[in-house]
Design a protein around this ligand. Structure first.
Ligand code: ARG
Ligand code: ZN
Length: 894
């Protein structure tokens, strides 16, 4: 592992490679302790650049020989790079031999072992840990790969592309040879050698071509692959139907591995997945797990075009593939969800994620533009900003050019760039060029500030109705903080979807701007492109309530300062389901913030009645009800507060509100619990999942109310439901209700749950996560959840070596459970620092993720703030720290 201070890599320093690698012939003699890698490349000098040394990247490699055109060559190794001079002027072959030790590779980047098999992870810079190479995405080569391994231990040998030969070898070994006809960057290389079984499905695409789809897992897990396979088939169909993008391979494989740093990886034809995003059965996976699998399978499959066929020129362009592919998987999941209200539910969930993770990032020490300007460790920039905000940027483009315009833009993008490594500018240009005259094309340069300016813009909206003139004037203004090092921020181009509702009965009012001949319907997208703009609507007969930023049409903070009455109208009547939810959240947030600032800690009748109205609503989706009835998270409240955050206080107030909602709506929760469950056997579809979510919320509220009042009926019913449940969603919902209410029956239920699923690693992860994420009790028992986590860290099932298990305990505590983590005695920070240091010694990527949990320490009130700073400083002071973690803690202290 490299230590010390890594150099800063800057976007403006990009240079084309001095050499091109055209073909790669790789052979592996796989052995956990010592794998021999022979790498034969055909290389050409980049004739457009002056003659330079060839510098190949390498890391932790044991070099044994270097040959040029079949002859031993002179070379040197300089800062990990293999350097060759005086190379032939024309194309030449370079053969490099080296050995590596996969079983010692605990950072899970490059070639490593897991559960007795071999797996790879090469994005972003893992390939250099396998062999010397130009390990950068703009060097694209055609790969032929031969794998040799013990036939009994590793019966399955997989590579990218097509299987071209296989057979037996002496000494109980066998081989397989794979050829991938598509030139690709090294980060898309993959191999697998393991004892696995597969679910297979043949499909015929629109063109009549047959394809083989395979999902590879360990032998005992085959019964948990149906949903992943169904999701893959649906993804293939969707990409062809919506964007005309067909599957370009004879064979498409997904392989599940239980040790994996990330969610999944889109290696050409050979996606490698964290088991968490493949394995599901109704008995072991919740509805959320099913939904995540659907979206991650789709995401990786969609990368085949957006990422693989067209890839990134350099890592600053990461959002070119990630933002676009997240947008595509979000759209896919919406289409799978079906009806408009189910689509809105998915949109709400995505926006919730954005606010929970991306907003804090964009306001903290790691804030960076969607296209970052610099980095030290690229793995630190696989962020919510690059992914989720990047997806919002693509979504805004789609909003500005319309659905068909966007599809046309995609077509042009592939016409221009198929087979190339390109930039975010190239993408935006293609979408704009395919839509001449559109708002995007007209304002492209200004729009692209979304790629270059960090921070969440703030939009202030103020409306005024003039009854006599029958006009409604909407004034919009935008502000934001400039990037570090930039003098000022320039205005963003903000698509601002909106409508007007009549304040008396909530009906939709026709929209006509002053210079327009007639109305344009009841919904429209304004474009805010200046620092301030005024829109005057005419022929407005009745006092309106504005419904602003519908569907969350831009990733901004909106300050509309709407009165409660207006918010209540929106909650009841808005045709935009997203804004109904938003109005409910705003009502709750206003109350939480007021209480934090010394106002009433009692919920008012108007709010409670509104919540009852939603819960009892005859036609609203169950999923939407569940979302509206869930108060904004403690993190969201802290971000809104913006300074002097006391996590314990926010927690106490929010829990107080939750209890009031539980009590005030008791009869309604009983009604929901008893009547709203889906009928029939388990199906993970959005509608049934939403019904189960609402029933689970109802049960949680009933158990919360009962434990507060000392009643034992509802805890007893929850325990019974926990025991009798026919699906994990039900079982885990009941368990959650008991654990989160600190009911006495929580302990026996947890014990029983552990015993039932002792052999299911992913379920045991849930068991840890539930306990680490449980709300701290108020008053006397406070601190119990943190103590439990400390104890669980010593549990025989706990290990930091497996990323899923490590995250299952550490992330819910440090990222999702502010009141348990932030303690006046600083014990949470000490625990955090210890774990960051411990993990960093063997897995920097995992450690640097964990290191980010204290990003927002500056928001905290004393004594938290000083204690948090001290803990970060303690980590930063260590001489031995990976580049990844050092970059995070250094930025955090700056
Ligand atoms: N490209 C993968 C995905 O989004 C993620 C790879 C992450 N790798 C990393 N080193 N952070 O699907
Ligand atoms: Zn991705």
């Amino acid at each position: 592992m490299r230590e010390g201070t890594a150099p800063i890599i800057r976007r403006e320093d990009y240079q084309a490679p001095a050499y091109w690698i055209r073909t790669v012939d790789l052979s592996f003699d796989l052995d956990p302790a010592k794998t021999l890698v022979i790498n034969k490349m055909t290389i050409e000098r980049n004739a457009e650049l002056p003659v330079q040394s060839l510098r190949l990247d390498g890391e932790d490699l044991n070099l044994t020989r270097v040959m040029v055109n079949g002859e031993p060559a002179t070379f040197r190794v300089e800062n990990d790079q293999l350097v060759l001079d005086a190379l032939p002027d024309g194309p030449f072959t370079l053969e490099v031999r080296n050995t590596i030790a996969p079983e010692k590779n605990l950072q899970l980047s490059g070639l490593y072992t897991s559960g007795g098999g071999f797996f790879t992870q090469c994005e972003a810079q893992g390939f250099r840990r396998i062999s010397y190479f130009l390990d950068r995405p703009d060097v694209m080569a055609v790969y032929t790969v031969t794998l040799r391994a013990d036939a009994e231990k590793y019966p399955v040998l997989l590579g990218n592309g097509n299987l071209v030969a296989q057979g037996e070898l002496d000494g109980g070994r066998h081989f397989a040879k794979w050829h991938d006809p598509f030139p690709k960057p090294s980060y898309l290389f993959a191999l697998v050698a393991a004892k696995l079984v597969s679910r297979e499905q043949k499909i015929v695409s629109r063109s009549g071509k047959e394809h083989l789809l395979q999902v590879y897992v360990r032998a005992g897990d085959l019964d948990k692959t149906e949903h992943a396979m169904n999701s893959l088939i649906a993804s293939v169909v969707w990409d062809e139907a919506r964007f005309g993008l067909p599957l370009d391979l004879e064979r498409f494989m997904i392989v599940a591995v239980s040790d994996f740093n990330m969610g999944a990886m889109e290696n050409k034809g050979l996606n490698i997945f964290n088991t968490k995003f493949v394995l599901a059965s109704p008995a072991t996976a919740t509805d959320a797990d099913f939904a995540n699998i659907e979206s991650v399978v789709a995401h990786e499959y969609f990368h085949n075009w957006t990422g693989n066929r067209v890839t990134c020129r350099d890592w600053f362009q990461l959002s070119l593939k990630e933002g676009l592919t997240v947008y595509r998987d979000q759209e896919f999941s919406q289409d799978m969800a079906g009806e408009a209200s189910a689509r809105a539910v998915k949109r709400i969930e995505d926006v919730r994620q954005l606010r929970q993770f991306q907003f804090p990032e964009d306001a903290g020490p790691m804030a960076h533009p969607v296209r970052p300007e610099q980095y030290q460790a690229i793995d630190n920039f696989y962020t919510a900003t690059v992914y989720e905000k990047g997806a919002e940027v693509v979504r805004m483009m789609a909003t500005l050019v319309g659905r068909r315009g966007f599809a046309k833009g995609m077509t042009l993008y592939f016409q221009r760039h198929d087979g190339q490594a390109v930039t975010c500018d190239d993408f935006a240009q293609a979408i704009a060029d395919a839509n001449p005259g559109s708002e995007l094309a007209e304002r492209l340069d200004a729009f692209k500030r979304w790629y270059s300016q960090a921070g969440t813009p703030q939009v202030t909206a103020r409306g005024a109705y003039d009854a006599a003139a029958r006009t409604y004037t909407l004034e919009l203004a935008q502000t934001g903080t400039p990037n570090p090092g930039q003098p000022h921020r320039l205005p963003s181009v903000i698509p601002f979807a909106m409508g007007l509702l009549a304040s008396d009965d909530g009906s939709a009012l026709p929209l006509q701007l002053a210079d327009e001949p007639g109305d344009t319907g009841t919904h429209r997208v304004l474009v805010l492109a200046e620092a301030e703009q005024r829109f005057v609507f005419v022929n407005v007969d009745r006092e309106p309530v504005p419904s602003l930023l519908r569907g969350y049409s831009a990733p901004v903070h909106l300050d509309a300062a709407l009165a409660d009455t207006a918010l209540l109208t929106l909650l009841q009547h808005d045709s935009d389901a997203f804004n109904r939810w938003e109005a409910g959240q705003q009502l709750a947030l206003n109350r939480l913030l007021a209480a934090l600032r010394g106002g009433s800690t009692q919920l008012d009748a108007a709010f409670i009645d509104a919540m009852r109205g939603v819960l009892r609503h005859p036609t609203l989706d169950a999923a939407l009800k569940e979302l509206v009835l869930t108060l904004p998270s403690e993190t969201v409240v802290a971000e809104e507060l913006g300074a002097e955050v006391d996590p314990a206080r926010i927690h106490a107030l929010r829990e107080g509100f939750r209890l009031q909602l539980a009590q005030a709506l008791r009869d309604d929760w009983v009604w929901a619990f008893e009547t709203q469950a889906p009928i029939g056997g388990y199906s993970p579809d959005a509608r049934a999942a939403g019904q189960r979510a609402l029933v689970n919320l109802a049960l949680s509220m009933l158990v919360l109310d009962a434990t507060a009042s000392g009643d034992t009926v509802w805890p007893g019913r929850a325990y019974q439901r926990f025991k009798d449940a026919t699906s994990m969603s039900e079982r885990f919902g009941a368990l959650t209700a008991l654990v989160n209410a600190h009911a006495e029956l929580a302990a026996p239920a947890l014990e029983r749950f552990h015993a039932l699923f002792a052999d299911e690693a992913l379920v045991i992860d849930k068991w840890f996560a539930l306990q680490a994420g449980a709300p701290e009790p108020l008053g006397e028992g406070a601190g119990a959840v943190f103590e439990r986590v400390r104890t669980l860290a010593q549990h025989p099932d706990f290990t930091l070596r497996n990323p899923n298990r490590a995250r299952s305990l550490l992330m819910p505590l440090t990222l999702m459970n502010p009141a348990a983590f932030h303690r006046a005695d600083a014990a949470g920070y000490v625990f955090w620092a210890d774990k960051v240091v411990e993990v960093d010694a063997f897995n920097p990527q995992l450690a640097s993720r964990l290191a980010r949990s204290l990003d927002r320490w500056r928001l905290l009130a004393e004594p938290y703030r000083s204690a948090a700073r001290e803990a970060i400083a303690r980590v930063a002071a260590r001489a031995e720290l990976s580049d990844d973690t050092r970059e995070i803690v250094t930025r955090s202290l700056q």
